[in-house]
Design a protein around this ligand. Sequence first.
Ligand code: NAD
Length: 500
Amino acid sequence: MTSMHFINGSKSEGNSGRLQDICNPATGAVVGSVPLASVSEVNSAVSAAAAALPGWAKTPPAKRAQVMFNFRDLIIKNLDKIAENISRQHGKTLDDAKGEVARGLEVVEFACGIPHLLKGEYSLQVAGAVDSYSLRQPVGVVAGITPFNFPAMVPMWMFPMALACGNTFILKPSERDPAAPLYLAELLSEAGLPDGCMNVVNGDKEAVDALLDHPDVAAISFVGSTAIGKYIYSRGCANGKRVQALCGAKNHMIIMPDADMNQVVDAAMGAAYGSAGERCMAVSAVLAVGDETADRFVDALAPKVRALKIGQYDEPGVEMGPVITRESKDRILDYINQGEADGASVVVDGRGLSLQGYEDGFFVGGTLLDHVTSDMSVYRDEIFGPVLSVLRPKTYEEAVDLVMTHEYGNGTAIFTRDGDTAREFASNVNVGMVGVNVPIPVPVAYHSFGGWKGSMFGDHSMHGMEGVRFYTKLKTVTARWPSGVKDGAVFNFHSGSDTK
Ligand code: NAD
């Protein structure tokens, strides 16, 4: 099945002559293709978004919210179909795909409150007969460039907020699993969004560069790997655009000796191996404080990792699917080989997993590495696969130092019963999202999602009030009415309280 672009309210097959295969990651078979847009196709999408902008920006926020309410209903009605679109191309289980849509839906629900969120500030009588008010106006045409691992949720971090704020949008989804975002754009049309407000352009670097360089694109939201995010941030900023780039991660989970080990083990299972570790908030490094804690953790976790039920997304009871591509699988296996060569103990080995009927699928078994040290590439790099590394710091201070000095700062968690330690950790750690006895601390939609250090470039996180700030420009009006005008020009600044 060939995927499509969605420009100005219509689907099109594209005319660049460039197509990329889409695989079923469970079988390795090519099941479709996606057109890769040319510069002129990107330009058509930008023209459509620019033409739709004045009308949409002037549409009362309550009417824009009505479209979001309709969209919300359509998502709920079509949840199974959206999830199927995700799982078929991504490989994650259907329940996980539904969970992803539910988290995206929260942002739509937050965007339904846009009339309230856009309320400005008003100061009466800032000087004699002078009033001042601040308001937020749309940025313009904005583009979103999104990764493969959350083909519905990550675009939904962006476009509901952008559209509700009065912008028009061009989505450049991942070329590996474009079905779900295309379907969401169609649902938006059905919800009453005018043509041209939401466009989907599939493509690769050529399409992304065309968006980064187009003078009519005012802002870029990016989510993906750090190398590409750095490039997008610098090129977009150099072109005078507002850019937010949320990037790669290595999320640490600290286990203190007093933690409830049953709770810890369940938390680590889901956080490390859910979605085959292909989550930017996946826990990929456990810092078990003290050998005794580490031994208890590894002994309890290993049998559960061995028992993981791995398979295609729609098999009953399946807990973990394949990774996204053959290259990704090979890369993960290389990391495990390197970790072993560097001296890590391979407690559970996911290499060589072969599933009957899926021998050519991109499966990697759950892998548990112990005695990992901070100089190893399995610890330093983001692997983005079902591989959990256990390090054994002797003290809390040593554990925190590892978190603080790591290149990435997306998420982190501490498991402890000690409130003082938890509070100290949450207050001082240099990471954007912190969990206390919560392994994947993804903020709800009315808070904001974003990392620190090498995990994010730009000033605004996504959704919540940060989303409103990113997708609007602040304007402040100072107004004096005739009764307050005194004769004579004023050449000096004077304070607001000077009623002269
Ligand atoms: P990726 O960086 O390969 O791709 C992301 C987007 O960039 C895609 O749309 C892709 O087409 C585009 N792209 C790829 N190469 C490009 C190039 N050379 N020039 C211009 N654009 C290019 O990321 P991915 O493999 O799809 O996703 C996994 C990564 O995303 C991981 O690093 C993960 O941590 C990260 N991620 C981060 C967050 C977060 O919120 N911090 C969330 C989800 C995923």
